[in-house]
Design a protein around this ligand. Structure first.
Ligand SMILES: Cc1cc2nc3c(=O)[nH]c(=O)nc-3n(C[C@H](O)[C@H](O)[C@H](O)COP(=O)(O)OP(=O)(O)OC[C@H]3O[C@@H](n4cnc5c(N)ncnc54)[C@H](O)[C@@H]3O)c2cc1C
Length: 243
């Protein structure tokens, strides 16, 4: 293939990133010792907003697709076998996770999809090798807790469109130098945010009583302090003006 610029965005199983010579690339990787068991359920909304839930049974996320279709997740072992989970068992597990003093319960329905989603953080550097540019999941993945994956891919493309426009129309090839540092600043900030949300909300294997109390204190700060809730809201919605 002959081209002036090659943008490679072939997703988290990218083979493109391996084409950068080993001596000139660095891969940063973290695997978490848990996963999410995800379901799609034909059910009505259970709450007006999505629900992030930390409980002694483990994390759960109650998210929404439409008035009749809901996406829900609960923390599980990465080796969990979806076939070992009947609909009744899944609903019992989810109900146990969200049960609390407020009497909240989920509205159930038939489950149309079940998957286990592994938790990984990954960054490939550099994002540019000559005229080849990596973007999106090909260059980085985040655990899903902060919902940053697609947002980061779009952010890469926004920066890329600016530098490519200058490189193509203004013949400013140096503009390409800006892509990696600008995109990576947001990538690493999002890696930190996703890691923070993940470790605050999940049951961590081998956590001591001290770790659990510290985790609860952190969560208490987020829900009761303006500074804490603003920190989360800013990270969740994406930092305006950055990069
Ligand atoms: C269950 C789940 C829930 C998620 N929820 C959220 C969320 O709430 N918010 C959020 O921000 N992100 C979320 N994400 C992450 C988000 O989906 C990804 O970060 C995003 O899709 C990355 O976009 P991408 O274009 O880089 O990669 P992809 O969407 O993976 O696209 C890569 C494309 O390249 C194609 N491709 C690969 N190899 C080749 C080849 N050799 N030739 C031609 N084509 C090829 C693939 O078929 C694919 O279409 C979620 C992911 C999962 C799995």
């Amino acid at each position: 293939m002959r081209c002036d610029f090659l943008v490679r965005a072939d997703g988290s199983r990218s083979t493109c990133r391996l084409e950068i010579p080993e001596a000139e690339r660095r891969h940063f990787f973290k695997e978490y010792p848990f996963a999410w068991f995800g379901i799609l359920a034909e059910a009505p909304f259970s709450a007006p907003e999505l629900v992030y839930n930390r409980s002694p049974h483990g994390f759960a996320l109650i998210s929404q697709r439409s008035e009749t279709l809901q996406r829900m997740y609960f923390q599980c072992d990465p080796e969990e076998d979806v076939d070992a989970w009947s609909d009744d068992r899944i609903w019992a597990e989810l109900q146990a996770r969200v049960a609390g003093e407020d009497g909240f319960t989920l509205r159930e329905g038939s489950i149309t999809d079940k998957t286990v989603l592994r938790f990984r953080s990954f960054v490939a550097e550099p994002l540019r090798y000559g005229n080849m540019l990596l973007a999106g999941d090909a260059a980085h993945t985040v655990p899903p807790t902060g919902a940053k994956g697609l947002n980061l891919a779009l952010s890469d493309v926004r920066v890329l469109s600016e530098v490519l426009e200058r490189a193509v129309f203004k013949k400013d090839r140096d503009a390409l130098d800006e892509y990696g540092p600008r995109a990576l600043a947001r990538v690493w900030r999002s890696q930190h945010f996703s890691y923070w949300m993940t470790t605050m909300l999940h049951n961590l294997p081998e956590a001591t009583d001290f770790d659990v109390r510290r985790q609860l204190a952190e969560l208490g700060w987020v829900v009761s302090s303006t500074a804490g809730s603003t920190y989360l809201a800013e990270g969740y919605t994406g930092w305006p003006g950055h990069p």
